[in-house]
Design a protein around this ligand. Sequence first.
Ligand code: DUC
Ligand code: ZN
Ligand code: ZN
Length: 470
Amino acid sequence: MKTLIKNGKLITASETFQADILIEDEKISRIGLGLKADSAQVVDASGKLILPGGVDPHTHFDLPMFDTVSSDDHYTGHKAAAFGGTTTAMDFASFDFDTMKESVDAWMKKAEKAAIDYSFHMNFNKFNDKIAKEIPSLRDMGITTLKVFTAYNGRLRLDDSSIFKTLQITKDNGMLVMVHCENGDVIDVLVPQALAAGHMSPEWHALTRPAWGAVDATLKMASMSAQADAPVYIVHMNVGGEVDMLRYARERGVKVMGETCPQYLFFTIDDLRRPDGAKWICSPPMRTEKDNARIWEGLHDGTFQTIGTDHCPFFFDGTKPIIYEGKPVKIPGKELGKDDFTKIPNGLPAVGDRLPILWTYGVRAGKITANQFVAYTSTNPAKIMGLYPRKGALLPGSDADIVIWDPEKRVKYGVTYSHHRTDYNLFEGWNVIGMPEKVFLRGKLIVDGDEWLGKSGQGQFLKRNEGEVL
Ligand code: DUC
Ligand code: ZN
Ligand code: ZN
């Protein structure tokens, strides 16, 4: 099966040029001007842009939390991702069983319904000699990344010596440690104090998780990275001071890399103060406009390496059903914490929003270039996570994960466009200019305008290699 995409303008992480692309079966076979191919189905992309499919390095599908579960599973979340131009998603497998192997197998089972290609990171929240010995076996399963936490004491957090030993092991095995940076001890003092004082509203979620805690954890992790000479990837960076720490460490040659997410570019603690503030509850929380601006600056000047989403949606009102694929669905959500911010499930929808929102409010607004957009949302995550050049590239031999992007398509964005399985969207009513028109996954057209042509089970698990340090 051959498809020839003609007359489009290709945007890669480093170049913009006019060319045709020939897809043969699942791969890109040729790129060049005036390509011809007998028996190929021809798609005219005049006036359109051609991007490599987005690679989201950070999602949480089907994640149990506070007596409920994130409302997108590995099918519905993948479908939303595809409508937004993302064709690879990396989820975090919970370390729920004695061994990581059993835990990964359980996540594999959940992901059998996958609709785009996917891989996992391992949540690494337990450490002892036996577990330490098991780390290299993860690499053999194609999982080359572990996530550690400096917060969530007693649940997810590892102490510093365990994190440091983990870094020594991952360094020796060509693996990468990802880190959730907050100060768990300070949070554990502030939360009960806030509750005792009767502070129950959503803004207290942010006020009890101070920005300085994220800054100190980021500096600590950069320093551990330097001391172990092991790469570290800081997830969901949300504070201006973290960007300063990232830059400080990188300028000194430390192998530390940073990811931010769209929510930290556009929203602040003031959104948590709205009557529907629970919609914005996620961890780490929204900060201030100054932080938003510093993160944009870090994207503009290349301090950052990636933009993920931390997609982890919940219904705002999980007592009322929405219609999803023709059937009513309701899943308990943010209403669980209507009288107590500590009971609001943490997380928000974003996987489908990432590309359209960043295109309009990043590229069109002149804050990042189109090439940086591709680098941050596709090529760099693929490189760092060991998927390049199979993913994140428009190159002969790469998987034909291709987005034909209509840069002039104008929509009033919101739930109807995002396709997340939830009842709200943070960008409801925002003007968006630029949306995916057609999305190919390994050569197969899965999104055609408003039409979903994909199906459950078509996504493949990606065994990953050692990633690059960018
Ligand atoms: N943060 C969230 O808000 N939800 C899921 C996990 C995370 O790190
Ligand atoms: Zn996290
Ligand atoms: Zn996360």
